[in-house]
Design a protein around this ligand. Structure first.
Ligand code: ADE
Length: 234
């Protein structure tokens, strides 16, 4: 057991999908994995291990924001030996090239969080990047399943409700989408030398102000999960 995850040693796979919403972890386990068993209910952060095409895969809800995902990712890597971690979440589209419902793969992530300078100090701006092997595999899987994906830089923000952030400037510099966790995932993956990737569906659009209705979100969420599972078992 670790502080926040109630699993015994060996109950979590080396390959882990990371949805923010713990109920999505349940959905993935029930609809995509075989023989899935729940290993964690602490704080309602459900975690399951099962198999996908015969390969052991776990799925762990991380909660929202950098502090929360950092706890789960650190414990998964340090205490349970996770080696391939793919975040599967939603994002806000912020670029004209991204449409509502699109699947976005984060090649890298820019952030307003202090986690980078807390580690590297004021002069070095470490660039949190996706694992190249996972990223290129995800793009290839998307193509073979005929599910279009967009790839590029995203922004990981500390505040969902942020009236002060200059989204127009971020857009001009090619930032595709906004979410709240991936900078921490990529940073921790670099620290512990494991592989990580973030894949998202655009659930709302900052330019058009549209949002995907809640009941419709499952469909393109499921496409993203297919890409993530086919990628992680390689
Ligand atoms: N996740 C999904 N939509 C988002 C948004 N608009 N801002 C931050 N995180 C998000």
């Amino acid at each position: 057991m670790s502080l926040h995850i109630g699993a015994q040693a060996g109950e979590i796979a080396k390959r882990v999908l990371l949805p923010g919403d713990p109920l999505r972890a349940k959905h993935i386990a029930e609809n995509f994995l075989e023989d899935a068993k729940c290993y964690n209910e602490i704080r309602g952060a459900f975690g399951y291990t099962g198999t996908y095409k015969g390969v052991p895969v776990s799925v762990q809800g991380t909660g929202m924001g950098i502090p929360s995902i950092s706890i789960y990712v650190t414990e998964l890597i340090r205490e349970y030996g996770a080696r391939k971690l793919i975040r599967v979440g939603t994002c806000g589209a912020m670029h004209e090239n991204i449409n509502l419902r699109d699947i976005v793969i984060a090649q890298g992530t820019t952030t307003d969080s202090s986690i980078i300078r807390n580690i590297f100090g004021p002069t070095i701006n470490f660039a949190p990047l996706a694992d190249y092997e996972l990223m290129s595999k995800a793009m290839e899987v998307g193509q073979s399943l005929k599910i279009p994906t967009k790839v590029g830089n995203i922004v990981t923000v500390d505040r969902f409700y942020d009236d002060d952030i200059d989204n127009e400037k971020l857009r001009r510099y090619g930032i595709l989408a906004v979410e709240m966790e991936t900078a921490a995932l990529y940073l921790l993956a670099a620290k512990y030398r494991v592989q990580s990737l973030g894949i998202f569906t655009a659930s709302d659009h900052l330019l058009t102000k549209e949002a995907v209705p809640a009941e419709e979100r499952q469909t393109n969420f499921n496409d993203m999960i297919k890409i993530a599972l086919e990628t992680i078992i390689q």
